[in-house]
Design a protein around this ligand. Structure first.
Ligand SMILES: Nc1nc2c(c(=O)[nH]1)N[C@H]1C(S)=C(S)[C@@H](COP(=O)(O)O)O[C@H]1N2
Ligand SMILES: [Mo]
Length: 334
């Protein structure tokens, strides 16, 4: 894959701001055209719509397919983190996605079904005591799953509130056994050319690479997700395993990762390579720092299209602000 390096302003807006490009389509979705996504979602959507993101919101859930010795995908919900707003309808969260390996359109969920998610191995390398490869099932037997309802905020200004099943990123770090010299954890996501037609685009420096500092990775909010709404992750949402960093813009949360590397230097991340001024390494949600081409002051909730104010750190300041003590304003973002 050749990387064509150009400044962000040279990239046609439609290539990097699907939000802007999708404006017309969104109003259609609001009018109900999104129902074309299929009857398969209807009952699940009705079910999700009756759920709220509070303590009384557990409701009935389906466990994932039974595999020998694997934990169920509907573990108890961790009530430490309150989203403070209603759950997004499941159908909306699973039919309005970003996944550039497949497409720049939001309705890529159908195309994503072509991808292979089993068997799945994760390579652990770099500054670790012992580089190794671990199968996803093996990994899942070594962690304790829990459910967390998190807010999700895309840099394009859409947002959702969904129940993830997974485990703290800190558990993965401990399992990997990094050396004291490790300063960053870098996640590289899968490339499956036969299934992912988006990989052909010369505008994007695939594979999708994202990373965080060790301190961010060890923060309890940083999560590794394997399920959504009490079931295994749908392919379009990052099956079989993805990152979930609710205080950062969504592009930091890489889907379907196959490599975890510990490094001393800050990684060159996917979006920062394309347009560093628009999609920086830190990418902490901040309503006061506009994207160069649009305001970040408010966000649109998918499913209802309600517009609400954006919160600093996406509302998770009490848990993460201390990570950025001494950094100011723009720095939180870039
Ligand atoms: N591999 C990969 N991961 C990715 C992306 C992507 O294009 N490829 N898009 C990111 C962006 S911009 C967002 S907002 C979230 C969207 O997650 P969702 O579709 O599950 O809502 O995934 C992130 N993870
Ligand atoms: Mo995003």
């Amino acid at each position: 894959m050749t990387l064509i390096k150009r400044p962000g302003w040279e990239i046609p807006e439609s290539r990097v701001t699907p939000e802007a490009a999708a404006l017309g389509r969104r109003s259609l979705l609001g009018a109900g055209a999104g129902l074309a996504a299929g009857a398969v979602f209807a009952s699940r959507a009705a079910h999700a719509a009756t759920q709220a993101a509070g303590p009384t919101a557990t409701g009935p859930k389906a466990a994932g397919p039974k595999a020998a010795g694997l934990p169920p995908m509907n573990p108890p919900r961790n009530m430490t983190y309150r989203a403070g707003r209603a759950l997004t309808a499941e159908k909306a969260a699973e039919t309005y996605n970003n996944y550039y390996e497949f497409s720049q359109d939001k309705d890529l969920w159908r195309a994503a079904q072509k991808m292979t998610i089993s068997p799945w191995e994760i390579r652990i390398e770099g500054l670790v005591a012992k580089p190794r490869t671990i199968g996803i099932d093996d990994l899942l037997r070594q962690v304790r799953l829990q459910e967390r309802v998190y807010r999700h905020r895309c840099v394009e200004t859409w947002a959702m509130t969904v129940p993830w099943t997974g485990f703290p990123m800190a558990d993965l770090v401990k399992l990997a056994d990094p050396l004291g010299s490790a300063k960053y954890v870098v996640f590289t996501t899968v490339e499956e050319p036969k299934a992912m037609s988006g990989l052909d685009s010369p505008l994007f420096p695939f594979p999708y690479v994202e990373g965080v500092t060790m301190a961010e990775a060890m923060n309890d909010l940083a999560f590794i997700s394997v399920g959504l709404y009490g079931k295994p992750l749908p392919k379009q949402n990052g099956a079989p395993v993805r990152i979930t960093l609710p205080w950062k813009y969504g592009f930091k949360s890489g889907k379907a990762f196959v490599k975890v590397a510990f490094t001393e230097t800050q990684p060159k991340t996917f979006w920062a390579q394309i347009a560093p001024d628009e999609y920086g390494f830190w990418a902490n949600v901040n309503p006061a720092v506009p994207h160069p081409r649009w305001s970040q002051a408010t966000e649109r909730l998918i499913g209802t299209n309600e517009r609400v104010p954006t919160q600093i750190y996406n509302g998770y300041g009490p848990y993460v602000a201390s990570l950025y003590a001494g950094m100011k304003g723009d720095m939180l973002f870039r």
